[in-house]
Structures are given as C-alpha cells and as structure tokens.
Design a protein. Structure first.
Length: 366
C-alpha cells in the first residue's frame, strides 16, 4: 500500500489538513500514475480538491519524486495572512519597509530557492498580489518590499485550490493569465466519498497510529463498523475520518471498534447530500418560479431575464466582459441588454458614461 504522511507537527492537532493519503482506490491509483509522470519535470502543477483531501501530501510527493528532492519544500497557506502582510511574507521585506519591520527578512520564495514552493488556497490571494506573483513566475526574480533590487530565484511552484478558479476568473476575482501560468499540469483530487477503496486502508492506518500513541494493543474494525465507514459521505474528507477514528479508540473496548463507537456528524451528512443533489439548483429555481407564478402572473419572462442579467452584472463587479462570459452571451448582446434595463447610460456624442448605482460610481469595461 502506497502511504503518504505529513511530518510530525504540533500544529496538526488543530489543522484541517489531511495527515495521510493512500492510493488503493482505482481513482487514486490513476492519480498516482499521472503524478509519477509529471513529478520529474519542472512544470507548474495546480492541485484541485476539497479541503482535507490531501493536497499538500500530493505536493510533497511531487517534490520528493523530482530532481529538487534535496532542496527545501515550503508550504504556504495564502489565506493565512492579511492583505497588508501577504506581499512581505511571499517576497520578503527590507528593514523599515513598514511599521514593525525592524530587520530585513527573506520571503518564502527566497526560502524555497533550489526547491519547491507550495502555495495552498491560491484563490485567496488579493488581485494586486496576483499581479506581482505573475511577474515573479515570468521573470524568476523577486523584489523585496521596500527595495528596488531584484533577487534571482530558482523555485518550482505548485499551487492548490478548493474553489473553481474558472468561476473566480469570470467573477473578476482571479487573473486569467496567472491561472494559465499555474495550470500547466492539473491534478484533480477526488473527495473521499468518491474513492471508497481508500476509506478502510486510511482508517486502519489511523487506528495503528493512535493506538501506538495511546499505548493500546492491536485494535480491529468490526464488520458493522467497516460498513458504516464506507457508507458515510465524509464531507470533511480525510481529516474528518482521522478525528472519527481517534474518538472511537477512546470509547471502544476489548480491542475492537464497533459501529456504535463511530461518532458521525449526521447534520453535516444531510447538508452534504443536499449539496450533491444533481437537481438541487433546479429545484430551488422551481420553488422561486412557483412563487412568481402566484405573485406576478404577467410579463414573467422579461422580469426573470432582467433580474438574471442585473444580478450577474453586479456579481461580476460591473464588468461587461465577465458578465457575458458568465451568462454565455456575446459582449455586444450583453451591452445592449444592460443599456435596455438601465444598467448602462450612453451619451450619443461622447459614448459611454459611468452610471451611479446605490451612490457609487460603476466602472464600465468598454
């Protein structure tokens, strides 16, 4: 069995990261084969998966299979820093660059020089930092905050996200050019519920690990416990499985975990099942339409169309191009309809003018 584990760390006790990963399920074996093919290259890799699916473990394995294995592996959570500090953390700063900068400090790119930098939750980076990150990836050099001197770096960047970056791009929250720069290779990590062949091997690993820590002898899973583990949807993925096993070892007796020892979160299970329902969004729309049929029996088509266009335009921060992409329309059609519903004001002699909506100036993308 191929088993990956994180290095021991006190922070793991409160972390939501997965601390172990196996490749027993056919889907996981296919992922491992793909990973082994791309790892020796210098290509950037984008790892996509839900929280707790083991994205950092996969990134570490890529590093260990590459020619950079003897260099440092630095993992950085992009959502862990405030917007005012993230630039200094990534690219470093000079003494006096900001209040509290009492000495010069290298950023994470410099720390990872000669090795691999893993940027977790890349979608949380503010747009101004995304611009600077793109430049670093292109130029292979960083400029510390408060300095004008560039520093050459030799770093392979691996990135991870638990959100759909395509949607973030359409909404104007993520740069398209940075996405393509990072997404040379994509590795999709399936949630634990979609790879049931990994559940019991992971459970047995956690039983062995926590039994040793607690000073227990061998502990087995009863048939009922095994069935219960496999049937559960695991909305918290591997980290939730680890917590469930840890708790069950504290309550079980006679060296065997029974089904009743497994404390599963039924509330979260119901929420997950609702989220995964293929007709969930359509059902919500049907409910909204039913209310409209009762409350406003006339001109519904125009009302719904205008509301959809207006909502999408606001969601995309008043960007016509992103609105058109989100709705699957051409920009010209989108612009014409926005003018028709009063979202854009046009001056025939001077062309488009900014329109004030809710006492703020809307920036138009012309």
């Amino acid at each position: 069995m191929q088993l990956l584990t994180l290095p021991p760390s006190p922070s793991l006790a409160t972390s939501i990261r997965a601390t172990a990963q196996v490749f027993e399920d056919p889907r996981s074996q296919a992922l491992l084969a793909h990973l082994q093919q791309v790892a020796p290259s210098e290509a950037s890799v984008l790892v996509i998966g839900e929280t707790g699916t083991g994205k950092e473990l996969v990134a570490r394995h890529i590093h260990n299979l590459s020619g950079r294995r003897n260099g440092p592996f630095i993992a950085v959570n992009c959502g862990a820093f405030s917007e005012s500090l993230v630039e200094a953390e990534l690219f470093g700063h000079e003494k006096g660059a900001f209040t509290g900068a009492l000495a010069a400090k290298a950023g994470w790119f410099e720390e990872a020089n000669g090795g691999t930098l893993f940027l977790d939750e890349i979608g949380d980076l503010p747009l101004p930092i995304q611009v600077k990150l793109l430049r670093v990836l292109q130029e292979r050099e960083v400029v510390r905050l408060g300095s004008r001197k560039s520093i050459k770096i030799n770093v392979r960047v691996l990135a991870a996200t638990n959100v759909l970056l395509e949607k973030a791009i359409n909404a104007g929250h993520f740069r398209e050019d940075l996405y393509y720069r990072l997404n040379v290779v994509t590795l999709q990590l399936h949630p634990l519920r979609d790879r049931p062949g990994d559940i019991l091997p992971l459970a047995r690993h956690f039983i062995r690990s926590y039994s040793e820590r607690l000073g227990y002898g061998p502990v087995e899973l009863s048939q009922g416990a095994q069935a219960k583990l496999v049937d559960y949807s695991w909305p918290g993925n591997i980290r939730e499985l680890e917590n469930v096993i840890h708790h069950s070892l504290l309550t079980c007796g006679e060296g065997q975990v029974q089904a009743e020892d497994l404390r599963l979160s039924h509330l979260r299970l119901e929420r997950q099942e609702q989220t995964l329902a293929p007709q969930g969004a359509e059902a919500l729309l049907q409910q909204a339409f039913s209310r409209l049929y009762e409350e406003q029996p006339g001109a519904l088509y125009e009302t719904v169309e205008n509301a959809l266009l207006r909502s999408a335009y606001h969601f995309c921060h008043y960007n016509q191009v992103h609105t058109a992409q989100l709705l699957g329309l051409s920009r010209n059609v989108t612009r014409t309809r926005l003018i028709a519903i009063g979202e854009l004001l046009v001056n025939k002699r001077r062309g488009p003018l900014p329109q004030v909506v809710d006492e703020r100036v809307v920036r138009l993308s012309i």
